[in-house]
Design a binder for this molecule. Structure first.
Ligand code: ADP
Ligand code: MG
Ligand code: ZN
Length: 484
């Protein structure tokens, strides 16, 4: 009999996502990444005495958009709060965030996991401003860049409902997809435009009481999230099995050494002395704004993924790849509407389009081959006008020159070679050039058929009709088939 696991993990996530607004949350400084340090600052985001914040409406609209997409209750009035702390990344000595009256409450993110549909409930989503960035140089002074001070963030907090490290990573991938889909965050974990803090505890299975949790910060990739949680679960399990107790603590993931380093323990727990921000009135969100954002929501990624499966009969894998980004799904569906058979179209997008995007970089919206031209190419192949091999060559030419597929086929003479006489001559030439292989084929080594087909394809510059070529080779090499 299998013994019940002595402890089961309970995980809750706090995700910070930088909003893609033009300006910062409380001032007009550009919210841009990668500028010369300390060039995007003003008295407000530097926290100079007397400078007053004013809320950026674009940030509020984006947060509301996210809240409606996740089915949250949007508060008609929420309250900004000061979270006081002293650290060089925060010149004001407090962060403006939301505490007991957040912008969004409840809601859930739904997605398809390998085991089936999954619904992860949320506690809240609120708006807050980002801190500056410290640059610690070994054996030198530390530097600080205030450009990031005041950049708008949404913090998305899940309920403690995630069950294991891979569950947490899958949730994050789906959340990231939604953020990008809605155009409100670019979701770059390495550059820190999306950051994730993890809370972990253990409890005996079936128990409803949660154990004491610890926190992990600095997880800068999905792999790090999984690995960090796994390490923390193992550590807690060891403590509990040894009869010990878990203490509240916060550790940092060290990416280089792939380990957790304790940053602060219970004794050093901070008291942030939250209080309502006196320089800002309550944030009022009118029903019209909520309705406007809700009515403008695009078809959401999960719904689209499921529709692509149902409407075009695509495998779940294909639908998942095509819905990784809204632009990819749009591209695919444009090609289908322009006449590409859906499964063939999906194959071309996944193999050729995405591969060359990965290779060359750039956005699919500006991809050199239009969905219409891709559809034309797919049809040339499925109608048998050119071979699949020739198709890939045509695609590469289209990428290079921007021509439409018909023009490339004509220019390079790639029309399918299906004239039996001409093909026969090629087959004979290939057999004559490979007498050893021919003898072994006749001796029973049937696998060599593919070798001969490959040689004929090569000889014909990829234009030979492969089925016809295969037939001819088999006939020529059959006992008594005899070469001329
Ligand atoms: P704080 O803001 O102080 O970190 P919150 O109450 O906002 O605290 O919770 C933060 C996160 O911790 C949430 O995602 C929540 O789901 C998670 N969490 C709370 N209690 C536990 C627990 N016992 N085990 C695991 N996660 C927990
Ligand atoms: Mg926390
Ligand atoms: Zn500013």
């Amino acid at each position: 009999m299998r013994r019940e696991a002595a402890y089961e993990p309970v995980i809750g996530l706090e995700v910070h996502a930088q909003l893609l607004t033009r300006t910062k949350l409380f001032c007009r400084c550009p919210a841009r990444y990668g500028a010369e340090p300390n060039t995007l600052v003003c008295p407000v985001c530097l926290g100079l005495p007397g400078a007053l914040p004013a809320v950026n409406g674009e940030a509020v609209a984006m947060a509301v958009r996210l809240g409606t997409a996740l089915g949250c209750r949007i508060a008609p009035a929420s309250v900004f709060a000061r979270k006081n702390y002293f650290y060089p990344d925060c010149p004001r000595n407090y962060q403006i965030t939301m505490y007991d009256a957040p912008l969004c409450e409840g809601g859930a993110l739904e997605y398809d996991a390998p085991e089936g549909p999954r619904l992860v409930e949320l506690e809240r989503i609120h708006l807050e401003d980002d801190a500056g960035k410290l640059l610690h140089r070994p054996a030198a002074r530390s530097l600080v860049d205030f450009n990031r001070c005041g950049v708008p963030l949404v913090e998305i907090v899940t309920r403690p409902v995630l069950g294991d490290p891979s569950d947490a990573a899958l949730f994050l991938q789906n959340l990231r997809r939604l953020l990008r889909w809605l155009g409100i965050c670019d979701g770059n974990l390495e550059e820190g435009s999306m950051r994730c803090d993890v809370n972990v505890s253990l409890r005996t299975p079936g128990s409803r009481r949660l154990g004491t949790r610890t926190e992990i910060k600095n997880l800068n990739s999905f792999k790090a999230v999984e690995a960090g949680i796994r390490l923390e679960i193992a550590r807690q399990r060891k403590v509990l099995e040894g009869g010990g107790e878990i203490e509240r603590q916060t550790s940092l993931w060290n990416a280089r050494r792939r380990e957790l380093v304790v940053m602060r323990s219970k004794e050093e727990a901070r008291d942030y002395r939250y209080f309502p921000e006196p320089d800002l009135p309550p944030l009022e969100v009118r029903a019209e704004l909520v309705e406007r954002e809700r009515s403008r929501l695009p078809e959401l990624p999960l719904a689209r993924e499921r529709r692509l499966r149902a409407e075009y009969g695509l495998p779940a894998y294909d639908a998942g790849v095509l819905c990784a980004e809204r632009g990819i799904a749009d591209y695919f569906e444009r090609a289908v509407r322009a006449g590409a058979e859906p499964k063939e179209g999906a194959n071309w997008v996944m193999r050729e389009v995405l591969a060359s995007l990965r290779e060359r970089g750039g956005r699919i919206e500006e991809f050199a081959v239009s969905p219409d031209d891709l559809a034309r190419l797919v049809r040339l192949v499925s109608d048998g006008a050119i071979s699949r091999t020739a198709g890939t060559e045509v695609f590469r030419e289209m990428l290079r020159t921007g021509e439409e597929p018909g023009a490339v086929v004509g220019r390079l003479g790639l029309e399918l070679l299906a004239d039996p006489r001409r093909l026969e001559m090629m087959v004979d030439a290939v057999i004559a050039a490979n007498p050893g292989e021919a003898a072994r084929f006749r001796g029973g080594k049937r696998q060599l058929l593919e070798f001969f087909v490959g040689q004929v394809m090569k000889e014909s510059g990829g234009t030979a009709d492969p089925r016809l070529a295969r037939d001819l080779i088999e006939r020529r090499l059959a006992p008594g088939g005899g070469e001329r």
